[in-house]
Design a protein around this ligand. Structure first.
Ligand code: HEC
Length: 88
């Protein structure tokens, strides 16, 4: 049993390193249009960065650069921003 727990912990740590903290993945947050857009548009080229990766002030700058990558309209950027800022 202890060994099983140890293995689980080890895997969790390994997964955290690989995926960037799955415990706080956006998937665990309540559903929102911003979250749906974020998952649909922002994880195609790289991992989905957890909302807490950036501050309220940094996200608009990042989104400004990623908007054309993700093909988001301005109002969609606002929705994604709302989701990120509410969960960081
Ligand atoms: C077409 C591919 C593509 C899509 C779609 C995309 N990105 Fe990126 N993203 C990149 C590339 C390439 C980099 C690294 C180089 C750079 O910074 O431009 C990057 C880097 C990042 C970074 C790392 C920090 C930084 O400032 O460079 C963040 C955070 C990020 N993207 C967030 C997002 C978000 C949020 C979305 C959705 C709105 C998104 N990305 C959609 C290609 C993409």
């Amino acid at each position: 049993m202890l060994r099983f727990i140890g293995t689980c912990l080890g895997l969790t740590v390994a997964a955290s390193v690989l995926l960037g903290c799955p415990q706080q993945e956006p998937a665990s947050a309540p559903a929102s249009p911003g979250l749906d857009l974020y998952k649909a548009r922002c994880g195609n080229c790289h991992q989905l960065f957890p909302p807490h990766s950036y501050t309220d002030y940094q996200w608009p700058e990042v989104l400004g650069r990623m908007q054309s990558n993700a093909g988001l309209r301005d109002e969609q950027v606002e929705q994604v921003l709302l989701y990120l800022r509410s969960n960081n």
